[in-house]
Ligand binder design. Structure first.
Ligand code: DOR
Ligand code: ZN
Length: 354
């Protein structure tokens, strides 16, 4: 049994983490959020759901340049690019992506599943030639694993995606490396544990909050993300998986900035913003089950290993130093409200690369 040595731990130095699922947006929004991620993380998988989406290597190269241009001077950060799978993606796009060296994965959304997913795939059965190509060049498939069928209850959409599509996909392309992004249910944890070449990212909000949090004392639009928060038993299963030391589970924040006026509106957007304080949120979750000793591998090793990239060599230090999460942050047009705005966090990054 691990010793509870973190019981009185006041500071924690870990290898620089990476974020294996991140929305960086574009233009002025990109400039507003990128410094937060680059302060904590060495690399991040940049999601391709821009408008229009990142569909091919040329789009990915241009987006990568815009990200690098938006970095504050003197900060090094490596964006890892992804392509957005559409009905028109072909094997040639996959081969070019692999050859580029900087495209690390392909993202799958069912059309209409979430923010900017209108160009997503309308019928997964039409993607066979693309999956074959991905399997043969060994380019990972990142799944937004939710069905969009309106008859399926929103809380069941991940589970039904596994039953309807993933089981079949997994068995037909056994060598394809698959990541179930932002796992939210015990069903996904069980599936990932049972399947080879399959991993999952887990967000801070799904480790710390449950669906009741959305409605606690009133409606909290800043806790609305997709897949939506689930019931407490699922949160517990996610926390157990994240802190288990199993390399199939690693950090992916799904930090997804939306301006306050787009969240607090007649029809609010999905997404929680956590890039500002991501590693501190994870530290709180891990500490809650006395598993701070498992944080480094989850945040800094297992994702790099899955993507077959070297582990980072720099470090960051977190200190037990309570601070209040800002109520809002600068963002174009309307401010950005971070996850758990105005609340206290125990851990603070006190030494990072910049
Ligand atoms: O809550 C979410 N927000 N889930 C997603 O899948 C997309 C993301 C976004 O881009 O805002
Ligand atoms: Zn996402």
């Amino acid at each position: 049994m691990d010793a509870p040595y973190n019981f009185l731990m006041e500071s924690l130095t870990i290898t620089q983490p990476d974020d294996w699922h991140l929305h960086l947006r574009d233009g002025e929004a990109l400039k507003a959020v990128l410094p937060h991620t680059a302060r904590q993380f060495a690399r991040a998988i940049a999601m391709p759901n821009l408008q229009p989406p990142v569909r091919n290597v040329a789009d990915a190269a241009a987006y990568r340049d815009r990200i690098l241009d938006a970095l504050p001077k003197g900060i090094t950060f490596e964006p890892l690019m992804t392509l957005y799978l559409t009905d028109n993606t072909g094997p040639k796009d996959i081969i070019a992506a692999k050859e580029s060296g900087f495209v690390k994965a392909v993202k799958y959304y069912h059309a209409g599943a979430t923010t900017n997913s209108d160009s997503g795939v309308t019928d997964i059965r039409k993607c066979d030639s693309v999956f074959e190509a991905m399997e043969s060049v060994d380019l990972p498939l990142l799944l937004h694993g939710e069905v969009t069928d309106r008859r399926v209850d929103i809380f069941d959409r991940e589970k039904v995606f596994i039953e309807r599509y993933l089981v079949n996909l997994r068995s037909r392309f056994p060598q394809l490396r698959i990541v179930m992004e932002h796992a939210t249910t015990s069903d996904t944890i069980e599936f990932v544990l049972s399947a080879d070449n399959t991993a999952a990212t887990i967000t801070p909000q799904h480790l710390l909050l449950n669906r009741t949090s959305i409605f606690q004392g009133g409606l909290h639009p800043h806790l609305y993300c997709l897949p939506i928060l689930k019931r407490e038993t699922h949160r517990e299963a996610l926390l157990e998986a994240a802190t288990s030391g199993n390399p199939k589970f690693f950090l992916g924040t799904d930090s997804a900035p939306h301006a306050r006026n787009r969240k607090e509106s007649f029809c609010g957007c999905a997404g929680c913003y956590s890039a500002l304080h991501a590693i501190e949120l994870y530290a709180e979750a891990f500490e809650s089950v006395n598993a701070l000793d498992k944080l480094e591998a989850f945040a800094s090793f297992y994702g790099a290993d899955f993507y077959q990239l070297p582990r980072n060599t720099d470090t960051i230090t977190l200190t037990k130093q309570p601070w209040i999460i800002p109520k809002e942050l600068p963002f174009p047009d309307s401010p950005l409200v971070p996850l758990r705005a105005g609340e206290e966090l125990d851990w603070k990054v006190t030494e990072a690369r910049a």
